[in-house]
Structure formats: C-alpha cells, structure tokens
Design a protein around this ligand. Structure first.
Ligand code: SF4
Ligand code: SF4
Length: 440
C-alpha cells in the first residue's frame, strides 16, 4: 500500500494513540520522519496490557510498525520495551528478520518514566525534543504498541471498537481484558471483583492516572487500565487534596531542589525547575513570569510529588493549576529552546520502578494480571464523541437506528483534527448527546 492508502485506512478506522494520549494516528502518518519508535515501555506500575499484547500479538505489532514506517518513509523502526518483559522479547524476536534488519528491539532498564515519549526518544536515539515540542521535530514518530495493533487491523478493515486494558489494585482477580469501547467503568471493574466497598478508580496507572468520578463513565479508546484503590490510599489522597491546601503548603517548601534534580524533563535539558516554581508560588512572587511559565513544560509524570519531595509537597499539582490559570489568561508557552545536551547526571538519576512501588505503598497490588482470551460483551455502551485530541466527532446516525459492530456512528468535522467513531456492539441507538448510547 502507498502512503495515501495507509493514511486513508487508518483514518477510516478511527485509530488514535492508545497509550492514553488519543492523538489521531492518521495525522501523524502524514509526516515524513527518519525513525519510528514503538512504545512498549509501559512504565506505570500495575499496568500489564502492553507487555501482554507484545507477547501475544507480536506479529501485529510488527505489521503495524511496518505500515507506519511505510507511510512516514522511516528508514528504521525500534520497538522499545523493558528487559523484564521476557515473553514479549522472545515473541518479538521470533518475528523480526535476522540482523541487519530495518526493525530492532531497544531494551530499556526498569525505570520511570521510560514511556514518556520525550524520554523514550532520548533513550533510544539520544535526540532531545525541543521544549514544548513533539518527537516529529527531531525526525521521529512514537506510537504505542496498542496503537500499532489497531493500525495492523485496518488492513482487514477492522475499525477500533474494542479496548484491551488491565484491571488491578484492590480487586480479587487482577486481570487484563478486551471490552467494547463505551462499556461502563463500573461494569468493567466488577469483572475483577473489587475487594472493598469504599474505593476510588483511576483511569491509567497510579502515577499519572486520572480519578474517575462516576462509575457510569465509559471506557475510552485511550483507557490503558482501571486501578481500584482504597479512598484513603496516599495515591488517591494526593490526587484529591484541595488546591487551596496544596497552594498553602507551598510555603513549607525548603528549597532542597530534590524535585528538580529528579525531574525527567529537567534532566533532558529543558528549563523546567519545579523548586523555583514552588518558591515563586510559596512567596507570592508570581511576577517572575519566566519561571512560572516553565510549568508548561511539565509532563505531569508525578515523580516530584509522589517520589521526590521529602515533605510530600506537590509541584505537579501546582504546575497543573498554573497551566490552567495561564491558559485561561490566554498566555501561551514561551519556552521553545532546543537543548543540545542533557544533564550530565541523567544516567544516574533514573528512578527504579520497584522503588516507586514501595514509596507509594502499592506493593500488595503489584501482582500478575493475566490476559483473558475471551472478549467481554455488554448490553449497553455509551460511546463518547470526545475521546481523542481535536474536535468532537459529529454523529452520523439517528435515534432508533439499528447498527452493527464496526458501523460508523460519528465522523470528523470537516477540516478539523479528529477521529471517526464506530459502534462497539450491535443494537439500537437510544440516545445522542455528548456520547452515543447503543442498547443491544
Ligand atoms: S510532574 Fe514534576 S517531575 Fe514530572 S515533569 Fe512535572 S515537574 Fe517534573
Ligand atoms: S522537593 Fe519539596 S521541599 Fe524540596 S524544593 Fe521541591 S517542593 Fe520544595
């Protein structure tokens, strides 16, 4: 297939970044790059699905990678994954032609956040993505391994209708499952049987995952995992603490600089120094705009508050608040430097995942979550029209219309960035609003 045909198929199938970002994949394919990196780092503790997909669908990961390389004209593709993913390494190796090959495995150490795409680009190619930039600026496209499987499926005209994800945490049977997009979070976590009544659920891993307020919320194309934790667990408390308390506590910052010294974005040479932001906020010196606007460079990895700060202060939450305020005030990120060298200590300041697991108190949940072969069904799905970066999709169906799995139900608005959406179960359209409800 030529570039145009691949882009068209990927666009038609509604493929978006499956690692959590949700960027429409067909738009990435319109570019021209030297390298494609398949992101199989899965650095968030407790998530298992990417390593399982690489072990069980290695051929599709490689097929998807080849298609992305073909579309972008990349001369080389890397599949980056951790040394500890033994089964995935064995499966992928058996599908890669003997060297010299235009596809290679890149083996990562077990540190966090190896899967942050800017960190990954540095690890694999020693190239530094400019501040506020994207890998494309240094000739690279990064795609999650789940995304590549979805790209491979487009060849058989199979659109994205289902999601593989891990259910873990305070549940009786941690597992990875395949469920229809739009199935309710409450129904999905019941598949693993929560062990407690008073729990919260995170969409994603414990470090970067977002709190799910309503168990009726739907599973999205970007849902990598659902982590069940007691409501009073430190990870949950950290994400729910009121902002006014977070801001008041900035006065306790003793300027030890630990948050900065371990900040992955600072270590690749960006001008983000969270301790300085804390100083300006704590002492109400917000006029130092240059330091404050550096909050735009924060990847929200969570290392500073969940791991680095000896007082449990939260530069991350402060950064999130500053970004919100600046965006509301229509201030744009002014930081566009392109550093040529990373910090000289970058190799020695990688934080081992095991240490994070122990620091944030999730050892008891760090268990296997075997991938189930069956595909789960449900009688009702609510498929969100905004589950990707870009404009909300436009419904193409009417109330009471009957649809089959894979039918197009919402399209990209003309001339906008977006993704197509397809029915994930067979049934009747019973509601159209911010999401489309289908009842079997
Ligand atoms: S969350 Fe903290 S450690 Fe992570 S990038 Fe932002 S400032 Fe740096
Ligand atoms: S680690 Fe904590 S105390 Fe130290 S500078 Fe950062 S926010 Fe302040």
């Amino acid at each position: 297939m030529n570039k145009k045909e691949i882009i068209e198929k990927v666009r038609d199938a509604g493929v978006v970044g499956a690692g959590g970002a949700g960027f429409p994949t067909h738009v990435k394919l319109e570019t021209k790059v030297e390298y494609v990196i398949a992101n199989g780092a899965e650095c968030e503790p407790l998530l298992r699905i990417d390593q399982q997909l690489m072990a069980t669908q290695a051929n599709k990961v490689i097929k998807g990678l080849k298609l992305v390389m073909e579309a972008t004209g990349a001369k080389k593709g890397f599949i980056a994954l951790k040394e500890k993913y033994k089964e995935a390494i064995a499966a992928l190796t058996s599908h890669i032609p003997h060297p010299p090959s235009h596809i290679e495995l890149f083996i990562l150490g077990d540190f966090y956040p190896a899967g942050d795409e800017q960190i990954l680009v540095y690890e694999v190619l020693k190239r530094i993505v400019p501040e506020g930039g994207i890998p494309l600026q240094v000739g690279v496209v990064v795609d999650n391994v789940g995304t590549l499987i979805n790209v491979a499926d487009t060849i058989e005209r199979r659109p994205v209708t289902h999601r593989y994800l891990t259910i873990s945490g305070a549940v009786k049977g941690p597992k990875s499952v395949k469920v229809p997009v739009g199935m309710s979070v409450g129904e999905v976590i019941r598949l693993a049987e929560p062990k407690i009544n008073d729990f919260s659920v995170l969409d994603g891993g414990p470090m970067m995952g977002k709190l799910i307020e309503d168990l009726d919320s739907p599973v999205m194309k970007t849902t990598t995992g659902l982590i069940v934790l007691p409501k009073d667990h430190q990870v949950i408390m950290n994400k729910t603490l009121e902002m006014r308390k977070i801001l008041r506590k900035t006065m306790l910052c003793m300027q030890c600089t630990d948050c900065t010294e371990l900040c992955p974005r600072y270590l690749i040479g960006h001008s983000l120094k969270p301790h300085k932001i804390m100083r300006h906020v704590g002492y109400e010196m917000r006029k130092e705009l240059n330091d404050i606007t550096a909050a735009f460079l924060c990847s929200e990895c969570g290392l500073c508050n969940l791991y680095a700060c000896p007082f449990g202060l939260s530069p991350l939450r402060v950064n999130q608040e500053i970004k919100k305020e600046l965006t509301e005030a229509k201030v744009k990120n002014p930081h566009k430097e392109a550093p040529e060298e990373a910090h000289s200590m970058i190799e020695y300041r990688k934080v081992p995942t095991e240490r994070i697991i122990s620091r944030i108190g999730i050892e008891e949940y760090n268990l296997d979550a075997p991938l189930e072969k069956r595909e789960y069904r449900t009688n009702l799905v609510r498929i969100s029209l905004s589950q990707h970066v870009g404009a909300k999709s436009i419904p193409t169906v009417k109330l009471n219309e009957k649809v089959k799995v894979g039918d197009l139900i919402a399209d990209i608005p003309r001339g906008a960035l977006g993704a197509r959406i397809h029915a994930s179960i067979e049934g009747k359209i019973t509601d159209i609003g911010d999401s489309i409800t289908i009842e079997a």
